[in-house]
Design a protein around this ligand. Structure first.
Ligand SMILES: *Cc1c(COP(=O)(O)O)cnc(C)c1O
Length: 404
């Protein structure tokens, strides 16, 4: 028997022990230039890779981490990822994923109603979810054009390109939301994409536009999970959409690649994007061929935390963002881009000459940058419940020049 294919408790414990070690002084990736002829063995490989992989990684759960939409992940998802890797189910076939397929269906059934949708499936990200939704829109509603705001994610233009659809970008207002006055009047051949949580600014497009076009798709990759929280009302109107995309690997704290595409009429939407090869017992729905049991980690998290546990963490993140917003708004040396809507704070020094100097002195991983209408801004994203906002505020205060 080849022991590499059975549970090795010592080896797996070694991997977990290494996760607790401090490799922060490691530099670069020390690897053989060429494929080794003779292997070093799994235990040696773990020891050899730990300094680079663990030491060299961006630490998304660190107190300073407040820059991007990538959250830290709870340990239960690490356990599920381990089980997934060992079981290697393929959701393409009921025969190779009897339980895993049901788990995905259950997770989708739990979450879809929060968005007024009746089903859907998991995808490796909202890039694929957006493409799948617009593909369904083309098939089900005969749309020839995709309309989105200037703040929409690049995956929308990418989807239009792949699908051979025209793409119209509508200007945004001063808050970064779609300026509804700039929309064409005839939307009878259009898929209207409303963004819930624009990537740069966190802005929400006006949801009273939902249902006005031949197909309405909501890209809620970032802000979708607010539906499970006390901030659910911010996305009221989402239930009028025909499809919704949500990335679970953003504000649902899941390991990549985990997202959902949800539909109002799932039977019809799925039928439009299904293909059945002769060797498949059930039709293949959507873009993916072989794919793994991503839903198990999401299901385990939802089971462990409940809706309440998810809501608490998102609401805590919203508090962190509000505290940064309050600080920026109260300091005359700083400017706020707009009122933060979904946990993303966009700001800058009033004196734009200070931009680079301030950025250099902020902790690595604490702040990202974006640019709007030729102006550079700092951007903080509240994806990390363990972020230390007092420390970030204290650091900003320290690096700003004395008040005049
Ligand atoms: C992140 C993001 C996407 C893309 O999602 P992935 O999960 O990274 O593929 C799409 N739209 C918005 C608004 C996003 O923030």
């Amino acid at each position: 028997m080849d022991k590499e294919f059975i549970v090795n408790s010592d080896g797996l414990h070694q991997a977990v022990d290494l996760m607790g070690r401090d490799f922060s002084n490691t530099e670069g990736l020390a690897l053989p230039i060429q494929l080794p002829h003779v292997g070093m063995g799994s235990s040696a490989a773990l020891n050899s890779l730990a300094p680079s992989i663990l030491g060299g990684a961006a630490r998304l759960g660190e107190a300073t981490s407040f820059a991007h939409m990538d959250p830290p992940t709870p340990w239960i998802t690490w356990a599920m990822t381990l089980w997934n890797a060992s079981l290697n189910q393929n959701l393409l076939h009921p025969a190779t994923a009897p339980v895993a397929r049901q788990i995905e269906q259950r997770v989708v059934a739990w979450l879809a109603p929060f968005f007024g949708m009746n089903g859907g499936h998991m995808t490796p990200g909202s890039t694929v979810a957006n493409l799948t939704a617009l593909w369904s829109a083309r098939e089900c509603a005969g749309i020839t054009e995709v309309i989105a705001s200037g703040g929409a994610h690049l995956s929308i233009a990418k989807a239009a390109h792949i699908l051979g659809l025209k793409y119209l970008s509508v200007p945004v207002d001063a808050n970064g939301s779609m300026d509804a006055t700039q929309l064409p009047t005839d939307l009878s051949k259009s898929a209207l994409v409303l963004t819930a949580g624009a990537t740069s600014t966190g802005a929400i497009d006006p949801f009273d536009l939902a249902g006005r076009a031949a197909w309405t798709h909501v890209d809620a990759a970032w802000a979708g999970p607010l539906r499970l929280s006390q901030y659910a009302h911010l996305l009221d109107g989402i239930e009028l959409a025909d499809s919704v995309a949500v990335s679970a690997h953003k504000w649902l704290f899941q390991p990549k690649e985990s997202a959902l595409v949800l539909f109002k009429d799932t039977e019809k939407a799925h039928a439009a994007v299904s293909f059945g090869g002769a060797y498949l017992a059930t039709p293949n729905v959507g873009l993916l061929g072989s794919h793994g049991a991503t839903a198990t980690a999401l299901l385990a998290t939802l089971l462990a935390w409940g809706r309440e546990g998810v809501a608490q963490r998102i609401e805590h993140c919203m508090d962190l963002a509000r505290r940064l917003r309050d600080f920026v708004a109260a300091d005359e040396r700083l400017a706020l881009y707009a009122e933060p809507q979904t946990g993303i704070v966009v700001w800058r020094p009033q004196d734009e000459n200070l931009f680079d100097q301030v950025l250099q002195q902020l902790p690595v991983g604490s702040t990202s940058t974006t640019s709007m209408a030729g102006v550079k801004w700092f951007r903080n994203v509240a994806a990390n419940p363990n972020a230390d906002i007092d420390m970030l505020i204290a650091t900003i205060q320290k690096v700003l020049p004395e008040r005049a």
